[in-house]
Design a protein around this ligand. Structure first.
Ligand SMILES: Nc1ncnc2c1ncn2[C@@H]1O[C@H](COP(=O)(O)OP(=O)(O)O)[C@@H](O)[C@H]1O
Ligand SMILES: [Mg+2]
Length: 345
């Protein structure tokens, strides 16, 4: 029972720019391949984006696994490779025992996919989207009608079942897109940013549906850049950035791996080295970072109780504390700790 997933040393290098519609918020980078001297003379710019840089991962049978990372991290490319949409440059991927790229048909039977951008046929009604998908997977008409009815109800779309999906709101399209992916009852469900753009209520409905599907023993892989979603929905997570895995584990393990746990982001009029040294010596402080000698990130095992000592230390160093932000242990602070950037940027 249950199907696991394995990725081995996956690399993906794109050598043409993404179609403009698919371009995310940020390019990770646009490296020029070190060209030979002849090529250099031609001054031809070689386009190259390393989307996946040697990723290995295991997603266990029956778990909800999350890929968490900012725009352009390589989440959709990973899903693309696992769902036979994107051919890897090198490395291998398995759904259960099937090599995704050698046994595409068998792998495809086991999976349901909700792409980041809905690819629904706008000329169909919601009901038809589901019925046609069931037919495509060889379901009898009785079977697909029953299943369609159940899913329409589960996704609260029964009243709109016979409306064309082209008139649906973004949230409704997302719901029908997820229902379609579940139509053939796949053992593994891939959801690429399922809750992006959903209103809070629909987002909760989606979480409930994901949990319920998972309770049936199904493996679920989802991508998100929403820490709350990753935290509440996923059994295990991999945090990825620039095509690499930064960290992985259960949400609890990941949060516990932040030095100290709490992060105090401080801003002074100036933060000379002597002040930073005093901050480092405060009880409970595990790490202090300052890139510019104005702001300082203090990792510590407590938050608020440290403030008065920080103010005292600043005064003694002739500096003034302008701003404090205390972050409790979270995946956000973990990401920040590893990359120096916020997940939201
Ligand atoms: N079809 C494509 N062609 C060229 N480059 C692409 C394509 N799809 C994605 N990329 C690039 O690969 C990197 C990873 O993208 P993607 O996997 O979509 O990240 P994410 O889903 O985490 O936002 C980005 O730099 C993106 O611009
Ligand atoms: Mg994506």
């Amino acid at each position: 029972m249950g199907i696991g997933i394995r990725i081995e040393n996956l690399r993906k290098v794109y050598d043409t720019p993404p179609p403009s519609a698919a371009r995310g918020g940020g390019f990770s980078f646009m490296a020029q391949r070190s060209a030979g001297s002849k090529e250099k003379k031609e001054k031809k710019k070689k386009f190259e984006v390393v989307a996946l840089d040697d990723i290995s991962l295991e997603m266990r049978a029956g778990e909800v696994f999350g890929l968490l990372g900012p725009n352009g991290a390589g989440k959709s490319t990973t899903i693309g490779v696992l769902t036979t949409r994107t051919r890897p440059t090198s490395g291998r991927a398995f759904i259960g025992e099937f090599d995704v790229w050698k046994e595409q048909v068998k792998a495809k039977r086991l999976i349901g996919v909700v792409p980041q951008r809905p690819n629904l046929d706008f000329a169909l009604t919601a009901r038809e989207v589901l019925l046609f998908h069931g037919a495509y997977f060889g379901q009898s008409s009785r079977e697909r009608e029953q299943k369609t009815q159940t899913l329409l109800e589960q996704f609260k779309l029964t009243e709109r079942a016979d409306d064309m999906v082209r008139n649906f709101s973004g949230g409704m399209m997302q719901r029908i897109s997820i229902a379609r992916a579940m139509m053939h009852d796949p053992q593994v469900l891939f959801l690429d940013e399922p809750s992006a753009g959903l209103d809070p209520q629909t987002r909760l409905l989606l979480w409930e549906i994901v949990r319920e599907y998972n309770r049936l023993g199904k493996t679920i892989v989802l991508t998100t850049h929403d820490m709350a979603e990753a935290d509440s929905l996923c059994h295990r997570l991999a945090i990825i950035d620039h095509g690499r895995i930064i960290s992985q584990g259960t949400p609890q393990e990941l949060k516990a791996s932040i030095p100290g746990g709490y992060l105090l982001r401080l801003r002074f009029d100036r933060a000379p080295e002597e002040l930073l040294a005093v901050l480092r010596s405060l009880p409970g402080v595990t790490e202090v970072r300052s890139a510019d000698h104005i702001a300082a990130d203090v990792y510590a095992d407590r938050g608020g109780p440290l403030i008065s000592s920080i103010v005292t230390a600043a005064q003694a160093a002739g500096a003034e504390l302008h701003d404090v932000h205390i972050a409790e242990p979270s995946l956000e602070t973990l990401f920040l700790h590893h990359t120096g950037r916020s997940l939201r940027d």
